[in-house]
Design a protein around this ligand. Structure first.
Ligand code: COA
Length: 333
């Protein structure tokens, strides 16, 4: 059995910075409310040239370069997103085309905020069995095109931002530890507490258009914010403990926890609950908002650039989101 390691990290965010004050010109909100409830000060919104796949490809090229491999060494692509370029096919195949590499397999992961960690788990298994040596794992989201930018949608729209992150997962050398374990969960009874219901196969676009109902918000993301918050703080803590226990480690062994950037208050709550110091937790939601499947790889890439994520560190990744799904990974970077 082989082991896998993260050999390169990269990210791309659009240039267009949208501050809380900018949002308050469109909807009835303000910097104080958003900062106090979420910690977010600004986020990026995609420009006309950006798509989930193109942002993912830009992040991927950086991760490939930093992994010290050639793009033609990529054996498989995994793309996690809830905001694909098309309803189908998924963006993985578009990345294969945009990278201009050989016809490797491309898998799309639909686990929303947990998508990156789910994807990491899948990639880890392929490398462990020896099937692949280098896997490109991307998390990319373009939320801004699908948000309800009216006061009606303010409880959701102020939270989300656009961007992409990527890692290359490679076969570890003899003696290297790399990914130690991954853990995944779901609880589908809460599927509609954080969801985008339409279009779906029962309510396709013509039905929605024929109804022409201005109050139909089923094609905007819905979030029962308070409910999500309460479940998130429990599940994040549980799944981090699960990863530590599986490896006979404790909280003090974590050099860096990179939680999915859902809400700064959620991260702070977990930090306090678990007794982690400020140096042990990385947050960048202040600058990017919640970028769903992209948030962990963007944070990993930024933390690496800032020297806060170092080779040999014991790193815990944890996520919670729509599904509900939640997941964690413990790794030696
Ligand atoms: N600006 C100003 N006021 C707003 C607002 C906004 N953007 N959004 C909602 N409000 C108002 C509400 O209308 C409500 O007003 P009312 O009391 O007059 O009815 C009030 O603020 C409180 O709304 P509520 O939804 O109860 O706020 P909250 O304290 O639960 O905070 C969230 C809302 C979304 C920030 C919070 O619930 C949260 O972070 N949940 C978790 C979300 C999350 O992490 N999602 C991602 C998971 S992956």
């Amino acid at each position: 059995m082989y082991r896998s390691k993260i050999s390169g990290v990269g990210h791309y965010v659009p240039d267009n910075v949208v501050t809380n004050d900018d949002l308050s010109k469109l909807i009835d909100t303000n910097d104080e409310w958003i900062t106090e409830r979420t910690g977010i000060k600004e986020r990026r919104f995609a420009g006309p040239a950006d798509s989930p796949s193109s942002m993912g490809t830009k992040a991927a090229l950086l991760a490939i370069e930093r992994a010290g491999i050639d793009k033609n060494d990529i054996d498989f692509i995994i793309f996690a997103t809830l905001s694909p370029d098309y309803y189908f096919p998924g963006p993985g195949v578009l990345v294969q085309e945009q990278l201009g590499i050989k016809e490797v397999g491309a898998l799309d992961v639909r686990n929303q905020c947990s998508g990156f960690v789910y994807g990491l788990s899948v990639a880890d298994q392929f490398i462990k069995t020896g099937m692949y040596k280098n896997i490109l794992l991307i998390g990319s989201e373009l939320h801004s095109g699908g948000l309800d930018m009216t006061t009606r949608g303010r409880g959701v729209s102020v939270i989300f931002g656009d961007g992409a992150g990527a890692v290359v997962l490679s076969r570890a050398n003899e003696g290297e530890e790399g990914i130690l374990s991954t853990h995944m969960h779901s609880e589908g009874k809460y599927a509609e507490e954080l969801a985008l219901i339409a279009p779906n196969t029962g309510r396709w676009i013509p039905t929605i258009m024929n109804n022409n109902d201005p109050d139909d918000i089923s094609y905007y993301p819905y979030m029962n914010g308070n409910f999500v918050f309460k479940h998130a703080v429990v599940r994040f803590a549980e799944v981090i403990q699960e990863a530590l226990q599986a490896n006979n480690k404790n909280v003090a062994d974590i050099d860096l926890l990179i939680p999915h950037q859902a809400n700064l208050r959620i991260s702070q709550f977990i930090q306090k609950k678990m007794g982690l110091s400020d140096d042990q937790v990385y947050n960048n939601i202040m600058r990017y908002g919640n970028t769903t499947a992209a948030s962990i790889p963007i944070a990993m890439s930024e933390a690496w650039e800032e020297g806060k994520l170092k080779r040999g560190d014991t790193v815990c990744l944890a996520a919670f989101g729509s599904g509900f799904t939640w997941a964690s990974a413990l790794l030696k970077f």
